[in-house]
Design a protein around this ligand. Structure first.
Ligand SMILES: Cc1cc2nc3c(=O)[nH]c(=O)nc-3n(C[C@H](O)[C@H](O)[C@H](O)COP(=O)(O)OP(=O)(O)OC[C@H]3O[C@@H](n4cnc5c(N)ncnc54)[C@H](O)[C@@H]3O)c2cc1C
Length: 430
């Protein structure tokens, strides 16, 4: 082993940035190892908030964390780029050339070496090859896509204002993403209501959101009582919830279901399924499941190579598969942060990562929310309008910010968001 070990982390999302920050503090700071983070983007966002960015109910300027700034204050290196191949014999990864937005080449293809590599490239929605989806649907798997959706949403609302017409949006996928997005879109228009009376002399157009779920109930990962209550809440808002509705194809006018029904939609969102980014196929021939996720042992090392680890949404534990959630990603990052140093320094085995289920939270905008705790208890809903569950959802994000920034900067950032909320409109208008 080289005197200074090199740990390469690919993907700075919920799992990757937490790991880089922790290893930077424990190893990088004392010169014990060189920690390098590679991400195809320049900044980190808390992915569970993407539906809020898409609806414009949370502005994303303050909610991005610059990788360069985080690296410089937490003793790790950062390189922008996309890992396009891994040579396991030479222990090298190749980064694709980096281009500016106008297409100019900024950086040539680069090669980085490693003693250990941790893959944390996340996931994206899975269209299961459904005809027409790629060409006709919007996705909200990253900040660029969430912003692109928001731009289209605002423009379509403007068109509906001008034509006094209804705006039809169809969302495929009744999991947490689709369900929360449906509620957040209603919240967005509700906020625009008083603004629009002054700005356009009109109330906002009618919004008709249809939520298409192939299974018999929405939020299948939650207890049935939450699915029922969430469906009632969405229907109260005016969302058309269609369960047992499998999509056969998409086109520029909407979706066609397997039973032949056509659902008209000006904006079509695909928020169903989970698969790893296609690039995992280029990672040195590692074994993958059919969704492209890297097969790992319970200690998160690849089943093919003990020097390659994978965590978060892009990984799949063969013995005991876990859901693709932020909670799993964070716990796996903490596990590797704790055990990788001893593995590198003293050759101690990385033990199995035991997942502790702390429950799941879903928040339907400001309207309602539920927390399903281990043991079957459900909190939220009812006359409190799910305040505890909605606060829980916000707290998860704030905890993540404090973990990355440290206590004082984390609190300052919460304060900045609060002040920003007083200055700026509560919904994105431009
Ligand atoms: C709208 C929405 C709402 C959600 N709500 C919840 C929720 O309420 N609760 C919950 O627990 N989970 C929720 N999730 C799921 C949760 O966000 C993910 O499980 C979690 O982000 C996974 O973390 P990760 O680190 O594996 O991947 P991510 O956080 O997705 O990070 C992946 C990183 O890899 C980078 N990357 C990708 N490809 C490459 C490449 N080729 N080269 C270099 N870098 C690359 C990306 O830029 C990104 O920074 C939600 C997801 C969505 C989309």
């Amino acid at each position: 082993m080289a005197s200074k070990s090199e740990i390469l982390i690919v993907g700075g999302g919920v799992a990757g940035l937490a790991l880089a920050t922790r290893l930077g503090k424990s190893l990088g700071r004392h010169g014990k190892a060189r920690i390098t983070l590679v991400d195809k983007s320049f900044s980190h966002v808390w992915k569970p908030m993407l539906h809020c960015f898409a609806a414009g109910t949370v502005l994303n300027e303050n909610d991005r964390i610059s990788f360069i700034s985080q690296a410089s204050s937490h003793h790790f290196e950062f390189w922008p780029g996309e890992v396009v191949s891994v040579d396991r014999d030479k222990r090298e990864v190749v980064l694709s050339p980096l281009h500016a937005s106008d297409g100019t080449k900024v950086l040539e293809s680069r090669t980085l070496t490693y003693d250990a590599i941790v893959l944390a490239v996340g996931s994206c929605a899975n269209d299961f090859g459904t005809p027409g989806v790629k060409e006709n649907c919007l996705f909200i798997d990253n900040l660029i896509e969430a912003n692109a959706f928001n731009e289209k949403f605002r423009m379509e609302i403007l068109k509906s204002f001008a034509n006094s017409s209804q705006l039809d949006i169809a969302i495929v996928g009744g999991g947490a993403t689709g369900t929360q997005l449906a509620a957040e879109l209603h919240k967005s228009l509700e906020i625009v209501d008083p603004v629009s009376l002054h700005a356009f002399g009109k109330k906002p157009p009618k919004l008709r959101v249809t939520l298409l779920q192939s299974g018999p109930r929405i939020l299948p990962a939650f207890p049935e009582s939450v699915s029922v209550a969430a469906q009632q809440e969405l229907e109260r808002l005016g969302v058309n919830v269609c369960t047992s509705s499998r999509v056969a194809s998409a086109d520029a006018t909407g979706f066609t279901l397997k039973d032949g029904t056509h659902v008209n939609a000006t904006l079509r969102v695909w928020a169903a399924g989970v698969k790893a980014p296609d690039v995992t196929k280029a990672y040195g021939g590692l074994s993958l499941n059919k969704s492209g996720q890297i097969l790992v042992k319970p200690n998160l090392s690849s089943v093919d190579d003990d020097r390659i680890f994978a965590m978060g949404d892009c990984s799949f534990i063969t013995d005991e598969p876990l859901p693709a959630t932020a909670q799993v990603a964070r716990q796996q990052a903490h596990h590797l942060a704790q055990h990788l140093p001893a593995w590198l320094e003293h050759g101690k085995n990385v033990p199995s990562c035991i997942f502790h289920n702390k429950g799941a939270i879903v928040a339907l905008g400001n309207y309602n929310g539920w927390a399903a705790l281990p043991g079957g208890t459900v909190l939220g809903g009812g006359i409190m309008h799910g305040l505890s569950a909605r606060l829980g959802h916000i707290m998860l994000y704030r905890k993540h910010q404090i973990e990355l920034f440290g206590y004082y900067r984390g609190l300052a950032s919460i304060l900045a968001d609060w002040i920003e909320g007083i200055i700026r409109p509560p919904v994105r208008l431009d």
